[in-house]
Design a protein around this ligand. Structure first.
Ligand SMILES: [Zn+2]
Length: 315
């Protein structure tokens, strides 16, 4: 039996999964993320973790098909990870460095949002679809396009980066990326809170949200579900922008289905319906009936997608 490792590098922990050659997760654990100016310290911790696992499970190095790894930033076609600011690295050849330090090859890397999309396509909500668009609504808005089992990475690593599509050219506030009017400014958890604050300021409409000291995205969606009129106006506004961005993406890649994930997707079918309706209002009639589904893998999408990076190569 052959195996592979799927590794998801996060800001606080590195998640590691051992997978069989048919994609079954055999073991899953985490190590703390070692911060530094470069990835060498973190990769040494990963090497120790993998070697412990291999000796415990009595797996020889020859039986490891490779390591898939998420990268916390854009990855260009030459394998360079850029702007991994959250973790303190500059531009690094992450795959090459990982192969040298860990001593296992190949190491395949991909941007974390793209790899999570691949995970959902290979093992989760998109398992039976030939193509899908994934949109992750979390602290930011991430995304990925999977076509025929392969994730579109792009030359400069931004293929599927739906969160930074310009959706309002007249926006006055600046996005985390430095531009103005990105989808992320409305559809991320923080963007939704910002939209709520704007609505609360500019209207007099009664709302349960006015009783809260600080509104969260969850408060907003809970209030909308409970029938609060203003909360529904705000979530309609947010979903209208999200629906526009998805429609724009569909005009470009026309996937079979759209998968919505990330923390905000905990609002469930109620959110999914609103997004689907907003999308349907923006596209040609014959392309309205796309399947919208919620992501299934949660926090494991990263390690599973990372494993799929290796397993899709060895099929
Ligand atoms: Zn942006």
């Amino acid at each position: 039996m052959d195996y592979c490792f799927g590794i998801d590098i996060g800001g606080t922990t590195v998640k590691i999964g051992l997978f069989s050659e048919v994609g079954e997760m055999v073991m899953r654990w985490e190590v703390p993320t070692r911060k530094g100016n470069d990835p060498s310290g973190l990769l040494k911790d990963v090497k120790d973790a993998l070697e412990n696992c291999m000796s415990e499970k009595k797996i020889a190095k020859e039986n490891i098909l490779g390591i898939g790894m998420t990268a916390p930033g854009p990855v260009t076609a030459d394998g360079v990870l850029h702007n991994a600011v959250n973790i303190g690295w500059g531009a690094v050849c992450l795959a090459e460095e990982a192969e040298q330090i860990i001593g296992i090859s190949p190491v395949c890397i991909g941007n974390d949002a793209r790899v999570a999309a691949l995970g959902e396509a290979a093992f989760g909500a998109g398992k039976d679809a030939k193509s899908m668009l994934m949109v992750t609504l979390g602290t930011g808005v991430g995304g990925g396009v999977v076509l025929n089992g392969h994730i579109l990475m792009g030359e400069s690593g931004v293929a599927g980066e739906i969160g930074h599509m310009t959706i309002d050219p007249y926006e006055t506030e600046t996005c985390g990326c430095g531009k103005k009017g990105c989808l992320e400014q409305y559809a991320s958890a923080t963007g939704m809170v910002r939209a709520a604050e704007r609505f609360l300021k500019k209207t007099e409409t009664e709302s349960v949200l006015r009783q809260l000291e600080k509104v969260t995205a969850k408060d907003l969606w809970d209030a909308a579900k409970a029938g609060d009129r203003l909360a529904n106006e705000i979530t309609d506004f947010v979903c209208d922008r999200l629906g526009s961005a998805i429609a724009n993406a569909v005009y470009l890649v026309d996937p079979e289905m759209i998968v919505i994930g990330g923390g905000v997707s905990a609002a469930g079918e109620f959110l999914l319906d609103k997004v689907a309706k907003a999308y349907q209002a923006k596209v040609f009639a014959h392309s309205r009936n796309k399947k919208f589904a919620l992501a299934k893998l949660g926090n494991d999408a990263g390690i599973m997608g990372a494993a799929a990076l290796i397993l899709s190569k060895t099929e």
